[in-house]
Design a protein around this ligand. Structure first.
Ligand code: ATP
Length: 300
């Protein structure tokens, strides 16, 4: 039984920097998988190796069973990568860009699928506009379309929502969810835990070239209170909220917020007790801390 993606002991070094250090994991067919990590963790380097754009020093990567080095073309045909950077030829129209990309994969007469992609990504009325005349968000959509011209079963999105407005973010996720529901395997890299939480079933965390954790989302969430609410109050914290209290800090009460809906309950308990909220802020627990604590067996 092949995996959608299999990464086995992959290492890569740039001069003295160990960008990937014996990374191993698999992604199953139809999975929605998140790859998280701070800047410089090695996510993009790993994606480049998956796409055959760069070569690992050691180890093996297979896409739908095809080795990215010895069966590079087959592996590439099975994979669509939405790059982090906007890479395009400014003089081509959107349709030309997608038609050329189809040609790159040896696909002719791809108009019906290109039309469908344009439609799904809200680009139909931009089909004949030059790339350079598009807004950043529109260019980002073309990057997504470009990654899909060859109908790849495995799709990797490298921080597709960085610098993207809320509306595009939502429509992009709706589209990616649709692709996943249709059976595509999705790998998403992001800095945002919330995005990974909302979309993915498993979450991997990289740091300094290493895979430091790999968890089912539900396991991860059940083992960590990922959010906290900090409250400055006019009076005492009501007894009913004591169980949520984590600590007091600079005159503020810090409460655990297992899910955002709990905030409503916190506020209504305060109202009932006639305690006024002078200041309120919600913080994400740093994901890295969550993972590191999990790895060391502690509670986050
Ligand atoms: N071509 C290269 N030459 C030298 N060093 C490189 C090269 N490409 C990446 N690196 C280095 O490898 C490390 C991993 O970079 P990479 O871009 O893979 O991280 P990332 O996890 O994708 O980060 P980000 O979230 O910022 O995109 C970084 O320290 C980076 O500077």
């Amino acid at each position: 039984m092949t995996h959608a993606i299999s990464i086995d002991a992959v290492s890569k070094r740039f001069a003295s920097l160990q960008a990937l250090d014996r990374i191993s994991f698999t992604v199953e067919h139809g999975e929605f998988f998140a790859l998280l990590g701070p800047n410089g963790a090695g996510k993009t380097t790993l994606i480049s190796a998956m796409a055959g754009l760069s070569r690992a020093d050691n180890g093996q990567i297979r896409i739908m069973g095809h080795d990215t080095v010895t069966e590079a073309r087959d592996a590439r045909m099975k994979l669509g990568v939405v790059p982090q950077e906007l890479v395009f030829d400014p003089f081509f129209t959107v349709r030309e860009t997608l038609t050329f990309q189809s040609g790159y994969f040896g696909i002719r007469h791809n108009d019906a699928w290109v039309d469908e992609l344009l439609h799904k990504l809200g680009l139909t009325d931009k089909a004949n506009v030059n790339m350079r005349a598009l807004s950043g968000g529109m260019k980002r959509r073309v990057m997504v379309a470009q990654a899909l011209v060859h109908r790849p079963p495995v799709i990797v999105l490298d921080e597709p929502t960085a610098g993207v407005d809320v509306e595009l973010r939502q429509s992009l996720w709706a589209f990616v969810k649709e692709l996943n529901a249709a059976g595509h395997t999705i790998v998403l890299t992001t800095h945002y835990l919330e995005e990974a939480e909302a979309l993915c079933s498993r979450i991997a965390m990289m740091k300094k070239g290493r895979l430091i954790a790999l968890e089912n989302k539900d396991t991860l969430l059940s083992r960590s209170a990922a959010r906290e609410v900090s409250l400055q109050l006019s009076g005492e914290l009501p007894a009913s909220l004591q169980p949520l209290s984590l600590r007091q800090q600079d005159g503020r009460h810090i409460l655990a917020l297992p899910d955002i809906a709990k905030l409503e309950q916190v506020l209504s308990e305060l109202r009932l007790a006639a305690v006024e909220v002078r200041e309120l802020s919600v913080h994400e627990t740093d994901l890295e801390q969550v993972f590191v604590k999990l790895m060391h067996g502690g509670q986050a």
